[in-house]
Design a protein. Structure first.
Length: 211
């Protein structure tokens, strides 16, 4: 079985539908976090990915956006309320539906291990070598090949980028870039045009420093 790793869909449902149409139906899908937030159709995106998970065709990994939503929903303080009010997923789904999703999101795995490769959202903490949902340079600089090829999203940029055995596959779907699927078994990739978020707060170029 081949795998296709997809990063940072960020609510771009139309782009996701276009990408799924390109992936062979017998191949497995690994969504390495940040399925939610930013894009115009977060609820539809979540439902599509979860349906694939329930059918056994896909794995949805935890991203920093899923983690942040769960943490805010678990805390009743004013700061968490303000964080929720600024969250695109919360605005689109509303409080009740977000809380229905909370247990699913809280149980998302942090990594998926293949043969000679692993997919995770951002990388590994080089002190503990456990998955870290926000790390960048410390992991990039310290990685010692112990896990083989590591496939991550989290850092958007123009096209797939390689840092030794680290493969960065977030190609900025919600910043006017592309949504990409990468196959670790053969190194091939599939891409479709992304969707520009209605609020012009970020572009693909500025997204290089995005969370």
């Amino acid at each position: 079985m081949r795998h296709w790793v997809i990063a940072d869909v960020h609510g771009c449902h139309a782009a996701l539908q276009g990408l799924l149409a390109l992936v062979p139906e017998d191949d497995r899908l690994i969504f390495c976090g940040d399925v939610i937030n930013r894009g115009p159709a977060v609820a539809a995106t979540m439902e599509t990915v979860w349906t694939l998970v329930e059918r056994g065709r896909a794995v949805w990994l935890m991203g920093n956006h899923e983690n942040a939503l769960v943490r805010s929903l678990n805390r009743p303080d004013l700061m968490s309320r303000k964080t929720l009010e600024a969250c695109e997923t919360y605005r689109q789904l509303g409080d009740s539906l977000c809380r229905l999703w909370k247990s699913r999101l809280a149980a998302l795995p942090l990594a998926y291990w293949g043969q000679g490769w692993v997919a995770t959202h951002a990388g590994f903490d080089p002190q503990t070598w456990q998955p870290d949902l926000t790390i960048r340079l410390p992991f990039w600089n310290a990685y010692d090949l112990r896990f083989g090829e590591v496939i991550v999203g989290h850092t958007p940029g123009p096209g797939i980028r390689r840092l030794g055995s680290i493969v960065l596959i977030d190609t900025g779907a919600c910043y006017g870039g592309q949504l990409t699927a990468y196959c670790p078994e053969n190194g091939l990739s599939l891409s479709v045009p992304g969707e520009t978020v209605s609020s012009p707060r970020r572009s693909l170029t500025s997204g290089l420093a995005a969370r």
